[in-house]
Write a protein that binds this ligand. Structure first.
Ligand code: NDP
Ligand code: MG
Length: 387
């Protein structure tokens, strides 16, 4: 498809943090993009408001009991309203869809992403859990498809930009930057007492609740290491996590000659979303706020505290072991984070539950899709017994 044609975009998770910012970008370039499918889980009012404003062809409200409300509200707008998770899997195959933005949260993103790959779509991937759970399968599926994945995650957008014009064999190391989250300076023995409200106060980024807790535990950085490993074909041990509290350097690549390339920008997800949507055609010009070096004269870098944030090591262990282990880790994390957000477990219990679940669930070395489904279900069930 050439860049003079308006691209039809399906946004899976349009009411979330990434989804809303994707709609901002679509509104910024009406001659380039159209939001043709909007998908949400339960945010009925916002979904209806978005549908009336952006006039998509199709809207999906995943929770079936909310279908009537959405359908009635949009009955005079000429918009098809669907419900249920299968309709998300089906809609991404629609021949009119050019790009699928996967901005759903957690394991729920896996099946629609596989469907989009099968249909040869361009995918702007925010849902990193898909690659954590089944990166090996996704990589294999991509090899026999016309589909291409462009990263939305800011660090991976940075890696992508650092690699433009480079040869894969010239890569020495990936330096994956992390803000360090809200507890970077909190003493380890105080972490037992922090609340969800404390953890939700991220210093640099306004994101959905689940990824904000993942940032506080640094599980998010472990996930991003696994995401990078699959997106760029690098070994986990060649990806180093670097704490950079200002979140201006979005990540770096070191090459075999010792040269290091970094991508910089304000901590604003509109930037990586804009870059991902512009691909492969080029960058989308914008008047949005620019960074000035004098505002960020002190960029600092630290080694992460792996004793305080043990989930980093769990993620490296899962990545090196492979098979269904990252899937199990992800499932246990989803259960533990949801419980922490509800206030039923403490912060350190997140690690305890994930670690025990990873030890408990039977290892599957070369999982097929059904193995991922089963491992996810088993791990969720076992993690729930640990709450
Ligand atoms: P949010 O929680 O803000 O939004 C999630 C979106 O997905 C909502 O629209 C939600 O609908 C929808 N959704 C959730 N579950 C389902 C389901 N089962 N079926 C259909 N829709 C569903 O999350 P974020 O936007 O923060 O994150 C989305 C993804 O992007 C995550 O994988 C995250 O790791 C990744 N990401 C996010 C970043 C950020 O800055 N936020 C940065 C980098 C990556 P509803 O509103 O109805 O609940
Ligand atoms: Mg990120």
């Amino acid at each position: 498809m050439t860049d003079t044609v308006i691209r039809n975009i399906a946004i899976l998770g349009s009411t979330g943090s990434i989804g809303r910012q994707t709609l901002d970008i679509i509104a910024e370039y009406p001659d380039r993009f159209k939001a043709s499918v909007l998908v949400a889980n339960s945010s009925v009012d916002l979904l209806i408001e978005q549908a009336i404003r952006f006039k998509p062809d199709t809207v999906i409200i995943a929770r079936e009991e909310l279908y009537d409300t959405v359908n009635e509200a949009l009955s005079t707008h000429g918009i098809t309203v669907l419900t249920g998770s299968q309709s998300i899997v089906d809609v991404v195959k629609d021949p009119t869809i050019d790009t699928v933005v996967t901005a759903m949260v957690g394991y729920s993103g896996l099946a629609p992403t596989i469907s989009a790959i099968g249909a040869g779509k361009r995918i702007a991937l925010a849902n990193k859990e898909t690659l954590v759970v089944a990166g090996e399968l996704i990589t294999r599926l991509l090899q026999s498809s016309d589909s291409v994945i462009y990263p939305v995650d800011s660090e991976h957008g940075a890696f992508f930009q650092c690699l433009v014009g480079e040869r894969h064999e010239d890569i020495a190391r990936f330096l994956l930057t992390a803000s360090g989250g809200p507890f970077r300076k909190t003493p380890k023995d105080e972490l037992a007492h922090v609340t969800a409200a404390d953890a939700l106060k991220h210093p640099n980024w306004a994101m959905g609740a689940k990824i904000t807790i993942d940032s506080a535990t640094m599980m998010n950085k472990g996930f991003e290491m696994i995401e990078a490993r699959w997106l760029f074909g690098v070994k986990p041990r060649d990806i180093e996590i670097v704490v950079h509290p200002q979140s201006i350097v979005h990540s770096m690549v070191e090459f075999v000659d010792g040269s290091v390339k970094a991508q910089l920008g304000l901590p604003d997800m509109h930037l990586p979303i804009r870059y991902a949507l512009g691909l492969p055609g080029g960058r989308l010009a914008t008047d949005s706020k620019r960074m000035t070096l004098k505002d960020f004269a002190n960029l600092t870098f630290e080694t992460p505290d792996r004793d305080k944030f043990p989930l980093i090591d769990v993620a490296y262990y899962a990545a090196e072991r492979g098979g269904n282990t990252p899937c199990v880790m992800n499932a246990a994390n989803e259960i533990a984070v949801a419980a922490f957000l509800r206030g039923t477990i403490g912060f350190n219990d997140i690690y305890r539950i994930i670690n025990k679940t990873v030890e408990k669930i039977a290892f599957v070395e070369s999982p097929c899709y059904d193995d991922y489904v089963n491992s996810n279900a088993e791990a969720r069930q076992y993690a729930t017994t640990l709450l």
